[in-house]
Design a protein around this ligand. Structure first.
Ligand SMILES: Cc1cc2nc3c(=O)[nH]c(=O)nc-3n(C[C@H](O)[C@H](O)[C@H](O)COP(=O)(O)O)c2cc1C
Length: 253
């Protein structure tokens, strides 16, 4: 007999929209959570090239026609400028605004329900010029990379977390988007979760199209081991956890 899927389908529905019995934390007047995780006082922080100084460009039709998921990488390095362009294009900040309800919000390259943007971008670096291999976090507000950790056997641990998808470690880097759900729950309470998952799809599509401009391959990844990837990134798996991944790699065109 087929397994009952109804409980798994609930996240895809809007059952509670407009029917929540409890007020959200925003409606209760609780303070807004920060727009992103802070930059630690100590540790290595890398200034990235200004986005406006980067001259990557491509015709939109060409990007849409050429976009593919690419998994065969050739081992050529990626420049820091290329990586910068990709992390910024995926979910970079264009502006910080104060909204009519006095909350703060970022306007970014990707749309997000209520401009909540409940994500952080992590970069697992294997082969990027001027960057040591390691786990980095992109501060979208400050446009900097923060070196979070340099675990032993980074490639092996990444492949394990990606349930054996070994092509990931033959590329230049792997991007992981984590979700900090309270940033969306503060406003949307129990209906925050479906919009957050829709949001992150926009981010990855931005990446796919931007990859065409910097002649880099990417492949979206949803098949991963939740606990292993969260451990690799140092996330608690409760208030922050990985939700989507994409590989990056130079390829023979
Ligand atoms: C949400 C999502 C999850 C995916 N997960 C994986 C994955 O874990 N591994 C993989 O090799 N490809 C993955 N893909 C890539 C798809 O297999 C790919 O998009 C599909 O085969 C269509 O090919 P195209 O992107 O070249 O058009 C994923 C794509 C999406 C949108």
């Amino acid at each position: 007999m087929q397994k009952d899927m109804s409980q798994y389908r609930l996240i895809m529905k809007n059952n509670d929209w407009g029917k929540a019995e409890e007020l959200s934390d925003q409606q209760k007047g609780l303070p807004q959570p920060p727009l992103e995780k802070p930059i630690p006082a100590e540790g290595k922080v890398i200034d990235l090239p200004e986005v406006k100084s980067l001259e990557f460009d491509i015709n939109l039709n060409q990007a849409i026609w050429n976009r593919r998921s690419r998994r065969n990488y050739n081992g050529e390095p990626m420049s820091l400028a290329e990586l910068t362009y990709l992390v910024w294009t995926a979910d970079g900040v264009k502006k910080t605004i104060k909204r009519f309800d006095r909350s703060y919000a970022t306007l970014r390259t990707a749309p997000s329900a209520g401009a909540r943007h409940p994500f952080e971008t992590y970069v697992i670096v294997f082969n990027v010029t001027d960057l040591e291999p390691g786990v980095y976090r992109y501060s979208a507000l400050e446009h900097k990379l923060i070196l979070e950790a340099q675990p032993q056997n980074l490639a092996e641990k990444t492949v394990e977390a990606l349930v054996g998808q070994s092509f990931a470690a033959t590329g230049n880097a792997v991007l992981v988007w984590s979700c900090v759900p309270y940033r969306a729950e503060w406003r949307y309470s129990t209906v925050a979760h479906k919009p957050a998952l829709l949001d992150v799809g926009h981010i990855c599509q931005n990446l796919y199209l931007a990859c065409e401009a910097v002649q880099t391959g990417t492949c979206a990844i949803a098949a991963y081991d939740q606990q292993k990837i969260d451990e690799l990134l140092g996330l608690d798996g409760q208030d922050e956890f990985a939700v989507y991944i994409a590989t990056l790699g130079k390829y023979d065109r």
